[in-house]
Design a protein around this ligand. Structure first.
Ligand code: SAH
Length: 260
């Protein structure tokens, strides 16, 4: 019987290839086939051997290239065919990455797997923007939520529990529903002037960090033409970026820009 290699579910980090773990780089360098998502950069894919097969699995919210069930089954089929399979996902595979769904499918099919954590956007993008997720006196905790809607209903978030100015709130995939996010949080008592950072293409050469307030956030997304991938970070810690923006300068939102 042919040897079955465990499928490696690997987090590629938020963009900067240097943020890849040593383990991720090693496994990638041994892959026969790499199944990758949209947010994985060319420079990281280049670490796979020249002869490795590269399969794009899409995964931009709203236009999934390949249905999730097909990706799940593809990984199982490739592994059962004796190939060394690397499943490469942006950030961390177990943070809003469906890595756990893929792992569950492999487990159900009896295919061995291993998971390599990656630096999730909440950690990488904020650090590169000069926003610490916690800071004594400003935030004593942090929450990661998704602003992506499943189906046509309102966002399924517990607004009352999220509206806590002592906890930094990180919102993945938040651009589309930014108006609802801003309204609901203010309705539940978050200050209108709470600092917010919108970090686009974090950790890459195209990183852009726009600073605004909770009340102005929706207009700011429009006037500054913010596009995915963008991470929203809400909390008093955002104010520290003025002094800690070591990578590239943060910019204040210009609400006039759209009308200009
Ligand atoms: N598993 C990934 C998240 C996938 S969801 C992780 O752990 O990071 C995709 C969302 O993550 C994007 O819509 C955006 O909100 C955020 N994101 C991922 N990479 C990003 C980047 N380089 N810059 C800004 N946001 C990013």
């Amino acid at each position: 019987m042919q040897d079955i290699h465990p499928v490696s579910l690997i987090g590629a980090g938020p963009g900067d290839p240097d943020l890849l773990t040593v383990k991720a780089a090693r496994l990638l360098g041994q892959a026969d086939v790499v199944v990758y998502d949209r947010l994985v950069s060319e420079a990281i894919l280049d670490l796979a051997p020249d002869g490795a097969t590269r399969i794009f699995a899409g995964k931009a919210s709203r236009h999934h290239h390949m249905p999730q069930e097909d990706i799940n089954e593809l990984l199982a089929t490739l592994a059962l065919g004796g190939q060394k399979v690397v499943r490469l996902k942006g950030g961390d595979p177990f943070v809003f990455g469906r890595g756990s769904e893929e792992a569950l499918h492999l487990a159900a099919r009896g295919v061995p797997f291993e998971v390599v954590p990656g630096i999730t956007a909440a950690s990488g993008c904020t650090t590169y923007a000069g926003v610490p997720l916690t800071h004594r006196g400003l935030a004593n905790g942090v929450r990661f939520v998704t602003g992506h809607r499943m189906g046509g209903h309102g966002l399924d978030l517990n607004w009352a529990s999220l509206a806590d100015p002592d906890t930094t709130l990180v919102i993945y995939m938040g651009l589309t529903n930014v108006a609802e996010i801003s309204d609901k949080l203010m309705e539940h008592g978050m200050p209108r002037n709470l600092p917010v950072a919108a970090i686009q293409n974090g950790t890459t050469d195209k990183q852009r960090t726009v600073i605004t307030t909770l009340a102005d956030l929706p207009d700011c997304v429009a006037s500054m033409s913010l596009k995915a991938p963008t991470l929203l970070v809400l909390g008093r810690v955002v104010g520290l970026a003025e002094d800690l923006d070591w990578r590239n300068p943060v910019v204040a939102c210009d609400l006039e820009q759209a009308q200009a």
